[in-house]
Design a protein around this ligand. Structure first.
Ligand SMILES: Cc1ncc(COP(=O)(O)O)c(C=O)c1O
Length: 423
């Protein structure tokens, strides 16, 4: 069993009940309240960080980043294949995060646009450490790929195969396939990239032979198969993950010179009480059992699994007020800084950065936490219990290290934030 230290008890008091006996589900060595009731990430006092920044803050634990990478590497050692972990840059492209992963010796990086290729090169990834998987790929995108002949390309349409060959003849390529089975956090359909309804992602079984014949005809050599069928899956989705691999097998058998299979990303982390960390032993067993007999390498491109739980977003509470019978907690930052709760309805756990004994603070059994954007969508959480808080306090939003800043926008011109790698 590959261990995840997330559940180790600490001596810190429970943020909601103030009971020292029960550790919180989210606590771990580098994320906990200190004895003075101040929330620390990798030793950094988060309220102090946000106070000194004077704007919304995203802080990432370098230690957790290394631990996540090491845990995944260890899990992959148990499968009978050579393997490569390529970090999906789209999850978080903060330069210090990318550099940290590079320095920690990650095998490579997954990109989906020319700009991401340039950033990967700037951080020090060689072309042969970069894998590109895009969709609705333009001729300008393909010109960029032609200028980077060492970058691996996964083609997800016949059109891309044809137009890439015009610019980059003789290249080895991967084909992104769609096995019509998706995985995702809990039963969330919005996080699945494959399923009964056709999506834009990948080549379906009915056109696979045509795609291979086309590649052959235009002089591209298919040696990789790629699929990414959803995001955030935990143990309850492992049966679906197995089905994804099983459904991929007929595609693999059609490729005579297959060298690697890319399993994509999608590995999830606990987002709410009751979620258990993904059992990586069980996960790697599924890979071994379904793909074990194939003499090919396994590549994967996780985003969230590496970065999501490293990061915390910290926003100031500016308003606490009852309106129409509900208690609203307004914060200085909106859904535009971290879109997932509003867009994908993912749970976002939040905590005060300082546990308060101040008589002016009030415990809120049913708080609705909202941002500062003029949109009805701008809600972080509805009717949640919050420990005593007051206007001027800071709230920490956990698991904001993936798809927060990278998807953020400047809507209402409130897109400013400061990012810190805490080492
Ligand atoms: C092709 C591809 N690979 C990898 C990822 C990373 O997914 P995750 O962050 O869920 O691991 C994504 C996410 O959308 C993706 O589209």
């Amino acid at each position: 069993m590959i261990s995840d230290d997330r559940r180790q008890p600490t001596t810190i008091s429970d943020s909601v009940t103030h009971s020292a006996a029960t550790p919180n589900w989210w606590q771990r060595d580098d994320l906990a309240y200190d004895t003075g009731g101040r929330l620390r990430l990798a030793g950094q006092d988060l309220a102090h960080l946000a106070q000194s920044a004077g704007q919304p803050v995203f802080a990432y634990s370098a230690r957790r980043l290394s631990e996540n990478l090491d845990r995944l590497r260890q899990a992959l050692r148990s499968i009978p294949h050579s393997s490569r972990i390529l970090y999906a840059m789209k999850a978080n492209r903060f330069l210090p995060v990318l550099s940290h992963l590079k320095t920690a010796g990650i095998d490579g990086i997954d990109v989906c646009s020319p700009e991401e290729i340039h950033l990967a090169r700037q951080v020090g990834f060689r072309e042969d450490q970069i894998s590109f998987t895009g969709n609705s790929v333009s001729n300008a995108d393909l010109d960029c790929l032609a200028a980077h002949p060492g970058v691996w390309v996964n083609c997800d349409s016949l059109s891309t195969i044809r137009r890439l060959a015009e610019r980059s003849p003789g290249r080895k390529i991967g084909l992104r396939i769609n096995p019509r089975v998706g995985v995702g956090y809990r039963q969330n359909e919005q996080l699945r990239y494959a399923g009964d309804t056709a999506t834009k992602f990948g080549i379906y079984a009915d056109r696979m032979e045509e795609a291979l014949a086309l590649a052959d005809q235009v002089g591209l050599s298919v040696t990789g198969i790629h699929f990414h069928t959803g995001c955030g899956y935990l143990d309850d989705q492992l049966a679906n993950f197995r089905r994804v691999l099983e459904e991929a097998l007929p595609f693999l058998r059609l490729v005579p010179h297959l060298e690697h299979i890319n399993l994509g990303g999608g590995l999830g982390i606990p987002l709410a009480e009751g979620d258990a960390p993904l059992n990586l032993s069980a996960w790697s067993e599924v890979i071994g059992e379904t793909l074990g007999s194939l003499a090919v390498a396994i590549w994967m491109e996780p985003g969230d699994y590496l970065v999501k739980d490293t990061g915390v977003m910290v926003l100031e509470i500016n308003t606490i007020e009852e309106k129409g019978g509900r208690t609203f907690v307004g914060v200085t930052g909106g859904f535009n800084l971290h879109l997932e709760p509003a867009f994908y309805h993912l749970p976002l756990h939040m905590l005060p950065c300082c546990l308060s004994d101040d008589p002016g603070s009030q415990a809120l059994p049913k708080a609705t936490v909202v941002g500062n954007i003029n949109e009805a969508l701008d809600v972080f959480a509805e009717d949640i219990a919050l420990p005593p808080v007051a206007e001027g306090d800071f709230l920490a939003f956990l698991n904001a290290g993936g798809y927060g800043t990278s998807m953020s926008s400047n809507h209402c011109m409130r897109g400013k934030f400061a990012e810190y790698l805490v080492v």
